[in-house]
Design a protein around this ligand. Structure first.
Ligand code: NAD
Length: 269
């Protein structure tokens, strides 16, 4: 991979003011891409994200804060993004989680998880793909989950949305397969399927486990990993981000329609 491989490319990363999204935005910017940041309107998180991107050399910053649970706002976000320049890389990363047994899952949580984790990606892809196919280079990277490949209890909407995201991505990969060429880099669509990755989204589950060990957080994490993730190690957001950069390499023009696990062997079992 060449340094500055993504010079001249423009990327939108949804949910990029923290966690995995911020790490992806940072790694793309480090490779020379101009990244449009997006996240809920949390001024402190937005300021930190902007400072991180400035540190890796991005001078001009565009920050969007549309609520992706609302289809009209998703459309508006894409209008603003595409209105200020072509989009080469789209990373659908924003996501929420709610854990409860299926029979006790509130209908509203189902709707919210499906809207943010799946339907928003449908709309961003629908609006971004034509421009990518016209210019012959495009990368759609959807941050799914191991739960796009296997199920777990208490996660009905999350599992349904992430399985849906994997299917949606495969359709996009097929429809864009013939766009561009080896030299232009082609248009690809892939999912990354992380296992346990240390961000705030898994904190409630860590705390729940820690409570079984007298509040010992490390013991809680060890117990979560022992159950499902054979490596016994969490991933860092930066490690997920390096996989995104790899997919954006023009040399990855034939790597499309994949759901790539970064899960320490979880889905190999
Ligand atoms: P996080 O909670 O730190 O980040 C979620 C991001 O989504 C935030 O930037 C937030 O602003 C954004 N977001 C949430 N609701 C939104 C809304 N209504 N409108 C717009 N943006 C909204 O979590 P994370 O761990 O960084 O998660 C990123 C992605 O990775 C998610 O799709 C998640 O499902 C996936 N994932 C995480 C793990 C893990 O272990 N952390 C594992 C597998 C998959």
């Amino acid at each position: 991979m060449n340094a500055n491989m993504l010079q001249g490319r423009r990327a939108l990363v949804t949910g990029s003011v923290q966690g995995i999204g911020l790490a992806i935005a940072t790694e793309l910017a480090r490779q020379g891409a101009t990244v449009v940041l997006h996240g809920l309107p949390d001024l402190k998180a937005q300021a930190i994200a902007q400072a991180v991107l400035r540190e890796v050399g991005q001078a001009e910053l565009q920050m969007l804060s549309h609520d992706l649970s609302d289809p009209q706002q998703v459309e508006q976000m894409m209008k603003e993004t595409l209105g200020s320049g072509p989009l080469d890389i789209l990373v659908n990363n924003a996501g929420i989680q709610h854990t409860a047994p299926l029979a006790q899952m509130p209908r509203q949580r189902w709707d919210a998880v499906m809207a943010i984790n799946l339907s928003a990606a449908f709309d961003t892809m629908r609006l971004a793909l034509p421009g990518m196919m016209e210019c012959g280079y495009g990368r759609i990277v959807n941050i799914a989950s191991v739960h796009g490949l296997v199920a777990s209890v208490n996660k009905a909407p999350y599992v349904a949305a992430k399985f849906g995201l994997v299917g949606l991505t495969r359709v996009a990969a097929l429809e864009a397969a013939q766009a561009g060429s080896r030299s232009s880099g082609g248009v690809t669509a892939n999912c990354i399927c992380p296992g346990w990755t240390e961000t705030v989204i898994i904190e409630p589950q860590i705390q729940q486990r820690a409570a079984q060990f007298g509040g010992d957080r490390d013991a809680g994490i060890r117990d979560l990993l022992r159950e499902k993730q054979p490596s016994g190690r969490t991933s860092t957001p930066q490690e997920i981000a390096r996989t995104v950069v790899w997919l954006c390499d023009p040399a990855a023009h034939n790597l499309t329609g994949a759901a790539i696990p970064v899960d320490g062997g979880w889905t190999a079992q």
